[in-house]
Ligand binder design. Structure first.
Ligand code: NAD
Length: 494
């Protein structure tokens, strides 16, 4: 049985905890590896290593830090297929989707290559007579990342690319469900010239996370995962004096107005609802269909579903893979089981014709969903698309704004004025106009509102640079010592 261990100080370190978690190939249901679960001492060892590496890395010139990121960019680019196949083997998503994940992650490394420009401060000459004022941004120290199973390589890249480029050292606690791919990333970071100790991985569960949350040498924590854990991470981390950004779950709505191109909206709903088996925090899970086009839209989504090719992610041509675990598949299935009793119609039933092995659910379409049903109130995180009928724009926007989640949303319309009004009205962090999955490019920042994000800072992009640095303002004067006098007054600029 393959064993997956920690990466500390530039090498693989086995845990002595005697505890491990099972890692599966979700397409077959077979266990393929066991991942070590860290002890408190092992987390301490990783943090101590990162702390020891910090002074030298922090003092490394911006050009050299940028050079490491450029080299990493080339290595990730050259190893796209290897990274994607590691990802598919443990996550289950189809290879084309894994390659897409690598490509979007890589954009964050490319952004971080520009660190000499990104970290520049301001300078004001002659703020007062002979006095200059300037600001600089400095790294925080040891920062930690705690990441979810659904983007095992892209989400860590959202964090460590900017964190390292800013001069911090990093401890990653990846999801225990698909941990292998980051061990490969650790090797690429070493090959790129990152000094040992700057990037460490502790494999683990709540024991490891709780230790990171309380460790006095961890300055900041970035988290991505479900809402209850995000809230816990934010509350515990900030109580312990850390800077925290904690991104949570989602329930993303796609509002289709009566003037929309219904075929285009149906195509978009299929891609955004069933891509990656719905295990995306930006997946569309609710289609708000305006009454006048709702029947047509439901029919067009339903007629497209049989063409979606479901099967193992590593087989060419498949478009949708399995879910991450048997337990998660059963949970997703329970929402379909319960939907008719709550009054929803199962238009396409994904429980039918399942492969004999693996954690599959086929694309499912529910209609006549209302806001009181569990399939609406809960984040299902599977290939289950719910259609809710709305009378039009106002009904749609009120529904979206009443939902506690606020990660992503999209409007489908040919009316530019309605789209502009939507952008103005909607209480959601990331908005698509005829774009169903509006994940911001790396030079903007990613984050939801309300229960989809705890903390003030969105992730990656300019807000990522701010999160991983602290500002210092220097007021400087070089007076003639011969003219020095004592002045007890408060310094004035005029
Ligand atoms: P999760 O919350 O179960 O786990 C995330 C991380 O937290 C993992 O590393 C896990 O080991 C750790 N963890 C789990 N339980 C913990 C506990 N009790 N105490 C401390 N740490 C704990 O999430 P997941 O199932 O891996 O990922 C899916 C979720 O992530 C979905 O809710 C999805 O919407 C969300 N997500 C959000 C975004 C976003 O950007 N907002 C992006 C991707 C995923």
């Amino acid at each position: 049985m393959n064993r997956i261990s920690h990466w500390i100080d530039g090498q693989v370190v086995e845990s002595s905890s005697g505890r491990s978690a099972e890692v599966f190939n979700p397409a077959t249901g077979e266990q393929t590896a066991a991942v070590d679960l860290a002890t408190v001492d092992e987390v301490d060892a990783a943090v101590a290593t990162a702390k020891a590496a910090f002074p030298e890395w922090r003092a490394t010139s911006l050009s050299k830090r940028s050079e490491v990121m450029f080299r990493l960019r080339e290595l990730v680019d050259a190893n796209r297929k290897e990274i994607a196949s590691l990802l598919t083997a443990e996550h289950g998503k189809v290879l084309s989707d894994s390659l897409g994940e690598v490509a979007r992650g890589l954009e964050n490394i490319e952004f971080a290559c520009g660190i000499p420009q990104l970290i520049k401060g301001d300078y004001s000459e002659q703020a007062a007579s002979g006095v200059d004022v300037y600001s600089i941004r400095q790294p925080l120290g040891v920062v930690a990342g705690i990441t979810p199973f659904n983007f095992p390589v892209m989400v860590p890249m959202w964090m460590f690319a900017n964190a390292l480029a800013c001069g911090n050292t990093f401890v990653l606690k990846p999801s225990e469900k698909d941990p292998s791919v980051n061990m490969f990333m650790a090797e690429l970071l070493a090959q790129a010239g990152l000094p040992s100790g700057c990037f460490n991985i502790v494999q683990g569960d709540k024991v490891a996370v709780d230790r990171l949350l309380e460790h006095e040498d961890v300055a900041a924590l970035s988290f991505v995962g479900s809402t209850p854990i995000a809230k816990y991470i934010y509350e515990t981390g900030t109580k312990n004096g850390k800077r925290v950004q904690a991104l949570g779950g989602a329930k993303n709505h796609m509002l289709v107005l009566s003037d929309a191109d219904v075929d285009m909206a149906a195509d978009a709903a299929i891609g955004a609802g069933y891509g990656s088996a719905g295990e995306r925090c930006m997946a569309i899970s609710v289609v708000l269909a305006s009454d006048s086009i709702a029947d047509e839209l439901v029919a067009k989504i339903a007629e497209r579903i049989p063409a979606v090719k479901v099967g193992p992610g590593n087989e060419a041509g498949n478009e949708m893979g399995p879910l991450i675990t048997a337990a998660h598949r059963d949970k997703v299935k329970s929402y379909i089981d319960n939907a008719p009793g709550e009054g929803a119609a199962v238009v396409v039933d994904g429980r039918d014709d399942l492969p004999s092995e693996g954690f599959f659910i086929n694309p499912t379409l529910l209609d006549n969903v209302t806001t009181d049903m569990a399939c609406y109130t809960d984040e299902i995180f599977g290939p289950v698309l719910s259609v809710m009928r709305v009378s039009g724009y106002q009904d749609g926007i009120e529904t979206i704004n009443a939902n506690p989640y606020a990660n992503g949303t999209a409007i489908f319309t040919r009316d530019g004025g309605a789209a502009r009004q939507f952008q103005f009205d909607v209480q959601v962090g990331m908005v698509g106009v005829n774009v169903p999955i509006p994940v911001p490019v790396s030079y903007y920042s990613f984050g939801g509102w309300k229960s989809s994000l705890f903390g003030d800072t969105h992730m990656y992009g300019p807000e990522g640079i701010n999160f991983y640095t602290q500002a210092k303002v220097v007021t400087s004067r070089w007076p003639d010592p011969a003219k020095s006098t004592i002045d007890l007054g408060f310094p004035e600029t005029r």
